[in-house]
Design a protein around this ligand. Sequence first.
Ligand code: FAD
Ligand code: E0Q
Length: 449
Amino acid sequence: MKPAGALTIAGAGLAGALLATLLARRGWPVEVFEKRPDPRARGYEGGRSINLALAERGLDALRQAGLQDVVMKQAVMMRGRMVHPLGGEPMLQRYGRDDSEVIWSVHRGRLNIALLDAAEAAGARIHFNQRLEGVDFDARIARFVNDHDRTRREQAFTALLGCDGAGSGLRAAMAPHVELGESFEPLGHGYKELEIPPAADGGFRIEPNALHIWPRGGYMCIALPNTERTFTVTLFLPNAGEPGFDALPTLADARAFFERDFADALPLLPDFERDWTNNPVGVLATLRLRHWRLDGRAVLLGDAAHAMVPFHGQGMNCAFEDCLALDRHIAAADDFDAAFAAFEAERRPNAEAIQAMALENYIEMRDRVDDADYLLQRQLEVTLAGRHPGVFLPRYSMVSFTTIPYATAFERGKVQRQILVEATRGRASLDEVDLAAADALVRERLAPL
Ligand code: FAD
Ligand code: E0Q
């Protein structure tokens, strides 16, 4: 399609701002409506530091939008996961082969601001304090409300693009008109964010170029580095049960829990009291929809279409990949109905695959990363990857360092895991593994990529 009527985007978060940039650069008139105030006016910089892991899919999208340099200037390299076992020494598990295969810790607020600036520079108009609250799909009019002064406005649209996150207002407005087949699967675990400040000399208190994990079986803490030499720590814990958020009603309970289970992390958290009290427990869930669109009038993407649990660090990366795909389909198709249908057909199987892999990764991260059989399987995985280039790629690498479709990574990952399990069964170390037999399994079961 050649640019014609205005495209209206709900939400100027990570996906909304990137999609606005891509479409505006193609010449589309783009109007974005965001429920929150402009973060550039007052806000993020003074607020909490929340960071995200950026991997190849997200980087690829930023590159195509010309935003790689501004984002990467503010990113901290993470070479691998630093695992802190209970009562043991920390160990670094590299994510990739070398420093060409790493992921990056980026500041959510600053990333959002860079994307908003880019969207406006490309010609998109962003309206803040405008929450989508209803849509007349027959008249093609969207209704917005300003939650501060309660004023309302109506906006005619050609097509509505829903980048308004897990609690999407557009999704709610579409629901009476199309059977979305919505299923919401709460994880039953929540999260709380804490901060490791800089050391007395102004440096990082722990290794900066890693994603730190304190695995504890049914729960865990992680920490990602910030350019300010702080780390944002996230505790993931069941809501109910023992231990669980419900069983920690007082600060003293929370501190006692950390003294027992995260004794090595607690000295890094001098503001534990402040953070525990001020920061709410966040909700984690998987949201699945059977349909993402209402013919050519509206389509959902990012968390609005497929919110996932965060344990693969791919929600934003996947949302950015959605933006590239939607922009490409809008350019290629004859009308919005065809564009949205092709977009959904391409992306829904992939979203479902990364949702499943993200759920699996919680068990792996909290319970398996310090197990002997797990470590042997990882060793063999690296060995087979070296022996079968272009054929055997570790699943983590396919997800994080390539743009191979998530669904392909998921399917090949199942085959590879079976090979790893079979080849290491009953073996205590890599020299006991029959590599020739493992090679044969690879050749038999995996086609070259
Ligand atoms: P959002 O970023 O949520 O943006 C939605 C926007 O829409 C917001 O600005 C919101 O204010 C606005 N909005 C909401 N409702 C309305 C409305 N009715 N009208 C108008 N505007 C509205 N992903 C990674 O890739 N790597 C990570 O390391 C990672 N870590 C995570 C850790 C945690 C604890 C969590 C919870 C998530 C993590 N994610 C990570 C996932 C990532 O945060 C999301 O996938 C990503 O933010 C999705 O982008 P989005 O634009 O779809 O939604
Ligand atoms: C990454 C990078 C919130 C979060 C974000 C992440 C990761 C994890 C565990 C978590 C997965 C991994 N991971 O280390 O395998 O790679 O983003 Cl909990």
